[in-house]
Design a protein around this ligand. Sequence first.
Ligand code: DUC
Ligand code: ZN
Ligand code: ZN
Length: 489
Amino acid sequence: MADFDLVVRGGTVATGVGATRADVGITGGAVRAVREGLGPGREEIPADGKLVLPGGVDAHTHIAQRSSMGILTADDFESGTISAVCGGTTTVISFAAQHRGQSPREVVEAYHGEAGPKAVGDYGFHLILSDPTPEALRVEVPALVEEGVSSFKVYMTYEALRVNDRQLLEVLRSARGMGALTMVHAENHGMIGWMSSELLSGGHAAPKFHAVAHGKLAESEATARAIGLAELVDAPLYVVHVSSKEAVEAIAAARARGLKVFAETCPQYLLLTADDLDRPGMEGAAICCSPPPRDRESQQAIWAALRGGALDVLSSDHAPYTMDERGKLAAGPTPPFPRIGNGVPGIELRMPLVFSEGVGRGRLSLERFVTVCCEAPARLFGLWPRKGTIAPGSDADLAVWDPDREVTVRWADLHDRAGYTPYEGRRLRGWPETVVRRGEVVVRDRQPIAAPGSGRFLARGSSEAAAPLGRPSWSVRLARRFGARDFLR
Ligand code: DUC
Ligand code: ZN
Ligand code: ZN
């Protein structure tokens, strides 16, 4: 008689707090026991000499999303989540993107319809708010938060999506009242627009000038401004895709002052630089993403912040656009840089890249790697302890990694539909070979085997970041002292 449905036997189980040799006993889709010497399972996965890591949680993916330029990302929830699980990521939180005039409820319903029959990994949604009307924030949005869409993303740039400072304040204040977390794409719209016009009028339209127009100052100014807005209304803030040393410094300074500011970075800011956009012809368009990769100094600052805790999460910002008229080049075969589709693919390589370049090169401990890839996103986005760890009671989401397996990256071996990877030809060491999602083997010997539609929607709770309220800002305290006692209660 078997004691468990499945036992992963003899591996080194790593979580955010440490690594130890243990078996993992799984029954009914959940972890039941983690220790040495467990009884038999109906099925067994031998893991001697292997690492057993929690299934990754990718908190920033654009799957089946139409961009502000009207281009659709190349992955649907089938290819996107197959690609994710093949890279050791069993949970994705993707965006349900409101375009102006759309009802948030209808947008989320449409994404349910997209994802439900197709997803292989488990999934949740963040709601992109491009049109945060008072009515939407009062009625539809709180109902969606109740239903598990407990985070919003707002853009400070992109003409068709951006909110102004006043709207951002309204979103932050509303989110705080609902226990939701606001994510911000922080770039200064005016700086980017002005730089773009100046460059174009000088005839500088090649993809590499994207990195000039979306400069570091545009990011750090908007980051500091978003932090100030969040401070005014005492709301937690999550800064997405941090790319520069200066933005890290703004975040670290806010945290040192006790503000509830959280932040993520992505592999492209650890491993690429602006020089990667400087390729012949339209090739550099493949690396056009916003913010763009920077320079060695920023790369080092981002590694240090990820290691030291000023950056909490590693996400992919998977935004796969094909290099043709359906994707990056929708505006023509040689568009000027402002008309190139923005984004890079990366859902499958997020963990293998940073395992190899981070853990493998001594820049991140194994525990920190698990924290930033699995535990912290689960905590910040209301999935903890169901996701992000290997512990009794948690969903049995894990990946058996061969830490010594050498892989040369080829897009042809990946499972997304972008048609390219920025990391073609890189040699990596360490790869997830077997992946388990809620107790079911979804990847065996690097091959996906789960059925489309077997992934589940995750109704997420409140973020840990939303829990204790901090200190009201000086302005709010003054307003109350002057008699406006109910101000921002
Ligand atoms: N920038 C975004 O804001 N989203 C998708 C990808 C990108 O480059
Ligand atoms: Zn963004
Ligand atoms: Zn994004």
